[in-house]
Design a protein around this ligand. Structure first.
Ligand code: OAK
Length: 833
């Protein structure tokens, strides 16, 4: 490489190499240096924000040293790397995580205290990196942590949105969206202006002949946008390995910014062109489990995929290996279908640019990619219009046609008499206009397809991808049950519990080998241990109650049973069933005598979550939760017996506050709809119990912790089809208690009932697609069992501790190892000191 320093000068460099701070004093020196020089502030104007900036910059320097070494080592070792392509990375805050993973938090706490600041206040200054919607984006973030911790050479590739997921404000009970401009001060990213890739859109395709007289295909004449890399260091826990998350930002390609217009005084025209380019990476689409189908979204997808593949191919070509070895050097995982065009783009590069014969190229492509499906909801399955693809990416559409043709020929050979099969499995759906089924393309272009929990993986094989199992055989389909990083979701979110566990297990080894939690079991009868355990839970509840009081004015008794449902608002997740249950509870309390009320277990029903801005029904559910809260929380008859809270703007850092405070959390999706769920794992790991349906990972959680430690309810996935059929044919009477709840809403007890007409009619004329009525009585009885169990404080503690001891399986590290063995075929690297 031309930029590298000549051999004879390298000794001088080595002597001068930057080194990490060691100990408190050096840390403090670095913080003060950054405050005084980088920020040009002083002790006379250093507020919490400046203290955060100084601390973050000191930590960043530390990370960069390990990061550089890791990257040099990965290049030197030249082993197979894995690339995780995800349109979403819901990283949350970085400072606390960096301190914990590099194990300098105690030093930093003491050091910053001596400079006049509380570490918690400093940490709270940080803006969440919220480049994601929900489960899929947070999973990507947990996977990056796992990859680094296990020393895998693994990169993330994503988009650097200028605006992450919107901030949610609640105004008069309604959700209002506010843009999340998060890049004002972001010390965790490094712009790489030298890593720039030109990406083309539109244009036309023509046949040409090369110098040897061979026919070649040329795609040209399109609009070019430049992708600039921004790198984010991802430190592993207790290792020097620091991986890279590369996010692409769009800008006009050099020469594209219209100087003609600019010089002729048409500033607006020239700025418009610039903005058009910048718009590509401007904003995250705020839909969770819904595909928007907008042209700009498709542009985002291709822009990101083309830049990432260019980067990966460039890195491979530096090794001068033959192309046949590409899959031995590169594994690419597709996080849902959003990056499916990567399959087409790699095939295009191999055939059009590298002139490799189709079959050989296709073998390389399919050996490289793996595809993870994250949902069976029909509205989330991506389908792009053929005319749109033709316009935006004409060459790619041709290649898709060819992929489809060869695939259908193969299917025809296998099932010669089955015309319907061909229609069913074709990438092209014969609708008006025709659309491309991206999931089918992803399956055809990958060597492995996986679901994210056992039930989900079984369901995709039995339903949406059934034909493909017949075509490829069952071995192409696998399950990798999701996991979570115990570093963020136990150690960082719940330091007291982590410390208590460490005190019993003799250190923090369990954070790297979560199955070690099993060793808690001998302490189950240790009185002092149990007391400390429950005291920690109470202190986490007090912490949350204080936050709720400070932000909403509602006072929640920390001794009440905290019942929490925090996740994206979606009909399939059934927050409506929860709030209907709350209304039923309220009606029961109102009907009781004061003597009867004395026996009631006080409860705080806590909700949080964002609705997609265009998802009217989800917004109505938020409105109802807030309306119920307004009535219940000021009802003198009720007092502490029931409180209803909606926490505004649920995000990763709020999750870290909320999850450790739960007694019970709700995971009550209609069976068969929630692919896995991951917050269910977080809640149990933090010593909370679950009320939930037999859906997603709830089933495996039950298997691990035992069915005596979980409150299961409702119909099974196998019953859903039949129940829906009966609703459609008017054969189901609404559950009487649900009827009573609806009547109460319609009476106007929770304000203008016309607001909730649509919500209620979804249960009646709408055929109750999510089967609220069918599960409602089971839900209520199960909630009664929860109350009953909570009365027995000792029994409850036993359940919680036993559950935590059984959660080892749900570590993201286990997941990453499964992907590495079964799908990626990559090995860890020995980290450099
Ligand atoms: C988002 C957009 C499109 C398709 C799926 C999603 C998504 O977030 N799915 C969620 O993925 C999580 C991680 O695998 C699962 O735990 C959730 O059940 C699933 O809804």
């Amino acid at each position: 490489v031309e930029a590298s320093i000549p051999q004879q000068l390298r000794e001088a460099w080595r002597k001068l190499a930057a080194c990490e701070f060691q100990g408190k004093e050096q840390f403090q020196r670095e913080v003060v240096r950054h405050v005084e020089t980088t920020l040009a502030r002083s002790m006379y104007n250093c507020d919490d924000a400046a203290a955060y900036a100084g601390t973050a910059l000191a930590l960043r320097d530390k990370l960069v040293i390990g990061w550089n070494k890791t990257q040099q080592n990965q290049t030197l070792q030249d082993q197979k790397r894995v690339y995780y392509l995800s349109l979403e990375f819901l990283m949350g805050r970085a400072l606390d995580n960096a301190m914990l993973n590099t194990q300098v938090k105690d030093v930093a706490r003491d050091g910053i205290a001596e400079l006049g600041f509380r570490i918690e206040d400093v940490i709270n200054q940080e803006h969440d990196a919220a480049l994601g919607n929900g489960g899929l984006g947070r999973l990507a973030a947990c996977f990056l942590d796992g990859l680094a911790t296990l020393n895998y050479p693994g990169w993330g590739y994503g988009l650097r949105y200028r605006y992450g997921i919107f901030k949610q404000e609640i105004v008069d009970g309604y959700q209002v969206e506010v843009p999340d401009y998060w890049l004002d001060f972001n010390p965790w990213e490094f712009p790489r202006p030298d890593v720039a890739v030109d990406v083309m859109f539109y244009g036309y395709v023509k046949k040409d002949t090369d110098s040897d007289g061979k026919t070649i295909i040329v795609w040209e004449g399109g609009e070019i946008v430049q992708a600039i890399a921004y790198d984010v260091p991802v430190p592993g826990f207790d290792t020097s390995t620091t991986n890279n998350l590369r996010l692409w930002s769009s800008k006009p390609a050099s020469g594209e910014f219209d100087f003609q217009k600019f010089n002729s005084g048409d500033y607006e025209g020239s700025i418009r062109d610039q903005q058009r380019a910048e718009t590509i990476s401007a904003v995250l689409y705020p839909n969770d489990n819904i595909s928007a189908g907008k042209e700009l979204r498709l542009k985002q997808q291709y822009f990101w995929v083309a830049a990432s593949l260019h980067d990966i191919v460039r890195r491979f070509k530096k090794t001068h290996r033959p192309w046949s070895q590409f899959p031995d050097q590169v594994a690419i995982q597709l996080n849902d279908t959003h990056p499916t065009l990567a399959i087409v783009e790699l095939q295009r590069i191999l055939i059009d640019v590298e002139h490799i014969p189709w079959d050989q190229a296709w073998e390389i492509v399919t050996a490289t990619f793996g595809y993870t499906n994250h949902t069976v909801l029909p509205e989330a399955l991506e389908k792009w219009s053929v005319p749109l693809m033709q316009h935006l990416l004409p060459r790619h559409l041709q290649i898709i046609y060819d992929i489809n043709l060869f695939f259908l020929q193969k299917v025809e050979r296998m099932f010669p008499k089955d015309r319907e099969m061909l229609t069913r499995v074709s990438i092209i759906e014969e609708s008006q206009p025709q659309v491309l089924r991206m999931a089918y393309l992803a399956i055809i272009g990958s060597h492995k397809v996986n679901g994210v929990a056992e039930l989900h993986s079984d369901l995709i094989k039995a339903t949406i991808f059934k034909d493909f199992v017949a075509i490829y055989g069952p071995d192409k389909f696998a399950n990798v049950t999701n996991g979570i990083t115990p570093r963020r979701w136990l150690h960082q979110a719940n330091p007291k519990l982590s410390d208590l566990i460490a005190s019993k297990l003799g250190g923090y080894e369990f954070l790297k080998e979560l199955s070690q939690l099993e060793r808690l079991r001998p302490f189950i009868d240790d009185k002092e241990f149990r007391r400390e355990w429950m005291e920690i839970k109470l202190s986490n509840k007090i912490r949350l109650a204080k936050y709720i009081r400070d932000t909403t004015g509602i006072s929640v008794n920390p001794h009440a049973l905290f019942d929490i449902q925090v996740k994206r608002i979606h009909e399939y997740k059934r927050q409506q069933m929860n709030i209907f249950g709350v209304i039923d509870r309220y009606l029961n309390l109102k009907a009781m005598t004061s003597e009867e009320r004395k026996k009631v277990v006080p409860r705080a029903s806590i909700f949080g979550g964002k609705a997609a801005p265009g998802y009217w029904m989800a917004k109505t559910i938020i409105r109802l939760i807030n309306a119920v809260g307004e009535v219940v929380n000021k009802d003198k008859d009720i007092g502490d017996l029931l409180k209803v809270v909606f926490i505004e703007d649920y995000n990763v850092s709020k999750a870290e506050l909320i999850i450790p405070a739960s007694d019970i959390s709700e995971h009550i999706s209609t069976a068969g709809t929630e692919a896995s769920g991951t917050s269910n794992m977080k809640f149990v790991l933090n010593g909370g119990l679950i009320i939930g349906t037999c859906d997603g990972a709830n089933i495996e959680i039950t298997r691990e912790i035992g069915d005596e430690n979980i409150f299961l309810l409702g119909n099974l996935a196998e019953d859903v089809e039949d129940l829906r059929h009966r609703h459609r044919y008017g054969q189901v009477e609404m559950d009487p208690k649900l009827r009573a709840v609806c009547d109460e809403i319609e009476k106007g007890t929770f304000g203008d009932p016309s607001v909730y007409e649509g919500l209620i009619s979804s249960l009646t004329t709408g055929c109750d697609y999510y089967l609220v009525s069918d599960d409602f009585s089971s839900y209520l009885t199960t909630q009664d069992l929860v109350d009953e169990a909570y009365r027995d404080k000792d029994g409850w503690a036993t359940k919680c501790i036993n559950s935590v001891a059984s959660m080892g399986f749900f570590s993201a590290d286990r997941c990453i190892n499964e992907y590495a063995d079964m799908i990626w075929n990559v090995e860890p690297l020995v980290p450099v000191k």
